[in-house]
Design a binder for this molecule. Structure first.
Ligand code: PAF
Length: 282
């Protein structure tokens, strides 16, 4: 695996691969790899001739500077894991490569960005995500880009970006990878203390409670939501939202019929976690 620091160098490497007839898979990441990231890299490895993993902690998508400062970083470990997953190029640029002096463009998407993560993290969050992902797509020109379904709203935002700007890239959303006790893998999990780690399984339990409520015949979204919230531990976990939305549009549903997406966000101590699950009526 080759680690590449500049836009010019990754462009040259990708250009050569394309010239040789190779297909290109891109896994955009902010590092601190776990099995969820590795599952994306493995999927890309199966499907594409060359795999590029970008590792860039994107300051533009953090509304809270302390959250950016706390974000876990360990490039040496990440590079070893990516090499083990047979990644060809690790694109790990410094901030000035992505946002050079004079950078003045923001990609802003309406609608799908406005609820849930957009409402709680601030509008700038998805502007930052859309801008950096648009840049990565322009820099790497991948045939396929791989994202984790754990960030379900982010996947919807990126699909909208690609559709609206006619970007010639296929977006593949890969299933959430979970710890044995159900906690969704996240780079932020390393920030949890022992007791917080225990409480963090509450997000998964809330989603399970919603699913069980629907399986037991409940169809009213307010009642399903109440069952989910009741399953969150009472102390030390601060729910931000639990939403039941249409899997296609992310618009909240009032009645559960067919397939809906349940999404939850909560603060566990100082760490903000999200999770989601698809619920289907029998
Ligand atoms: O999901 C992430 O890690 C980030 O939001 C992404 C897509 C790499 C953009 O910075």
């Amino acid at each position: 695996m080759i680690t590449v620091r500049t836009v010019a160098d990754i462009r040259a490497a990708v250009w050569k691969a394309r010239h040789d007839g190779a297909s290109i898979g891109l896994v955009p990441t902010m590092g601190a790899f776990h099995d969820g990231h590795l599952s994306l890299m493995r999927r890309a490895r199966e499907q594409c001739d060359r795999v590029v993993v970008s590792l860039f902690v994107n300051p533009a998508q953090f509304n809270d500077q302390s959250d950016l400062a706390r974000y876990p970083r360990d490039e040496r470990r990440d590079a070893a894991l990516a090499a083990g997953a047979e990644v060809d190029f690790l694109f790990a640029p410094p901030v000035e490569q992505v946002y050079p002096r004079g950078f003045a463009t923001t990609v802003s998407i309406a609608g799908v960005t406005e609820s849930m993560e957009g409402a709680h993290r601030g509008r700038g969050h998805f502007d930052g995500v859309a801008t950096v992902v648009a840049k990565l797509f322009n820099i790497v020109s991948p045939d396929v880009a791989y994202f984790g379904q754990k960030d379900a709203q982010q996947v919807a935002v990126i699909r909208q970006l690609v559709r609206d700007l006619d970007m010639p890239v296929r977006i593949e959303a890969c299933p959430t990878v979970r710890e044995p006790d159900g906690l969704a893998m996240s780079s932020r999990n390393v920030l949890l203390s022992g007791p917080e780690r225990e409480r963090a399984t509450g997000l998964h339990r809330a989603l399970a409670a919603a699913r069980e409520s629907v399986a037991a015949g409940e169809r009213d979204a307010t009642a399903v939501r109440a069952a989910a919230i009741a399953a969150l531990p009472s102390g030390g976990i601060d729910p931000e939202y639990f939403e039941l939305v249409s899997a296609d549009t992310l618009v909240p549903v009032r009645h559960i019929d067919g397939e809906v997406l349940a999404l939850v966000a909560a603060r566990v101590g100082a760490t903000r976690l999200i999770d989601n699950d698809t619920i289907r009526t029998p």
